[in-house]
Design a protein around this ligand. Structure first.
Ligand code: 3PG
Length: 307
């Protein structure tokens, strides 16, 4: 029987697991759950006889992929697939997919939530300030960026976007001001919301050269990936600019240093929470399960990312 493993060190909401189970069992496949595991060896053991696996940010490296004797497909229930070793999967003939857009509203709501939390002084009772009329720069206008724009416009923010892969017209159609370079985005906006993936082009690309352009007060919001930030430059920004704040859903590796010196200007969720809603879990989890069934039964490779 075709075995579908759900390996999630940060478990889906029960309602999503129920939906995944329904899709998998209706297809006549078996569902195996490995939730909230802490030892990567448990993932290697569980994948040994699986035909398909659904993961989130779970590290799916060569060792894990090579442990899957029957493995045919890995679906990352979410957008970013930097946690999956694509060359290792390709070398083994394993298809890798993501589920683009399925959790994007949840991440976007968190990005705005972080901004509100900060401008209201982390709800400490002291007078804060408002988002209305402030300039927000969306760095990458994919599914999350688009939702951030929609919500930010509801707050009355002045919304700008830069994305070299999205046509100007598609951005302007949403009532968002298009900018032709990343430098312009950072030079213009007090708030920057990051939505770039982590890849060889973007790793450490958010550096002093960009951040130092931001007008005062400068607020950087990262619900994307820690790897896209140059963390030495991030610390330098805190040291050089009293007006600089960093709000994140992805913990920087130099968190201790930042917390020690700049507590009032920094907040990071204790665990990555952007996509952690029932709705996003249902959307992404069920999409992943359906993609697996469609691939196994019909060879459908829509959303394959290791072509
Ligand atoms: C994504 O890439 O889809 C988001 O970063 C969510 O990641 P998560 O599923 O690990 O919460």
């Amino acid at each position: 029987m075709t075995k579908v493993l759900v390996a999630t060190d940060k478990a889906f909401a029960p309602v999503a697991v129920k939906g995944i189970r329904q899709v998998v069992e209706q297809a006549g496949f078996e569902l195996v759950l490995l939730e909230n595991y802490t030892n990567p060896d448990d993932f290697k053991k569980a994948i040994a006889d699986a035909d398909a696996v659904i993961v989130r940010s779970d590290k799916t490296d060569k060792a894990v992929i090579d442990s899957g004797q029957n493995l045919k497909i890995v679906v990352r229930a979410g957008a970013g697939y930097d946690n999956v070793d694509l060359p290792a999967a390709t070398a083994k003939g394993v298809v890798v997919m993501n589920t683009p857009g399925q959790n994007s509203n949840a991440v976007a709501e968190l990005a705005l939530g972080l901004m509100v939390y900060y401008v209201r002084n982390f709800f400490n009772g002291k007078s804060g300030w408002e988002l209305k009329d402030k300039k927000l720069g969306i760095h990458a206008y994919g599914a999350v960026g688009k939702n951030v724009a929609r919500i930010a416009k509801g707050f009355g923010m002045d919304v700008y976007a830069f994305d070299p892969f999205i046509p100007k017209e598609a951005i302007e159609k949403d009532g968002v001001k298009w900018l032709g370079s990343v430098e312009e985005l950072y030079s213009k906006c007090n708030f920057i919301s990051l939505h770039i993936p982590a890849n060889s082009q973007t790793r450490q690309s958010v550096n002093s050269a960009l951040l130092s352009r931001m007008p005062s007060p400068a607020v950087l919001v990262n619900t994307a990936r820690a790897e896209v930030i140059n963390e030495a430059d991030l610390l330098k920004m805190f040291q050089e600019r009293k007006d600089f704040a960093y709000l994140s859903d992805v913990e920087p590796s130099n968190k201790a240093e930042i917390e020690a010196g700049f507590k009032a200007k920094y907040f990071c969720t204790p665990k990555k929470m952007g996509a952690q809603t029932e709705e996003a879990n249902v959307n992404a989890g069920i999409a992943a399960a359906k993609q697996i069934v469609n691939f196994i039964n019909n060879g459908d490779k829509t959303f394959q990312v290791n072509k």
